[in-house]
Design a protein around this ligand. Structure first.
Ligand SMILES: [Zn+2]
Length: 158
């Protein structure tokens, strides 16, 4: 892998992030966090740091093991890693080609309690606009609440 050639084809900020990571690894230091990377690489946002780290990883320039609030980066070209150890790696970042899909716990929808105000609301007594029958009684135009629909009246033929 021609790292220099790959790097040369990447944006400046990628190169700066790569250099910072390589420097941490060479010195056996902990990998700097996204805020520090954003500063050294002159990025607009902290989020841009992790995006670039992931991109460098996807391009095979680095390997990353991520923990909850830290990461260990191995620079592929030198084989050197930043300090630290991640005991419970988190699996985000690029997936290996052909890797099985990540398991994600099914979302559990909380059981909905029927809204008492809706269930026990008083019947609507507004009279029918056609025949004036109270709405809670039901008529052939409107069915009474909580009742089967009124049978459709068959017009008498002839
Ligand atoms: Zn009616």
């Amino acid at each position: 892998m021609d790292v220099a050639a790959i790097l040369a084809g990447l944006p400046r900020r990628h190169q700066r992030v790569y250099r910072a990571l390589a420097e941490d690894a060479d010195n056996g230091r902990q990998c700097r966090d996204n805020g520090a990377l954003a500063l050294v690489a002159e990025l607009h946002s902290v989020g841009a740091s992790s995006a670039i780290v992931t991109d460098l990883e996807r391009r095979g320039l680095i390997r990353v093991v991520r923990g909850h609030n830290s990461r260990v980066v191995t620079v592929v070209a030198t084989g050197r890693s930043t300090a630290g150890e991640i005991r419970t790696p988190r699996h985000y970042g690029p997936r290996a080609p052909g890797a099985p899909p990540r398991k994600r716990p099914l979302a559990v929808r909380p059981e909905r309690k029927p809204d008492d105000a809706l269930v026990n609301r008083p019947p609507d007594r507004t009279p029918c606009v056609f025949c004036g029958t109270r709405g809670d009684l039901g008529c052939r135009h409107r069915r009474a609440p909580a009742e089967a629909p009124a049978p459709i009246e068959q017009g008498v033929e002839g």
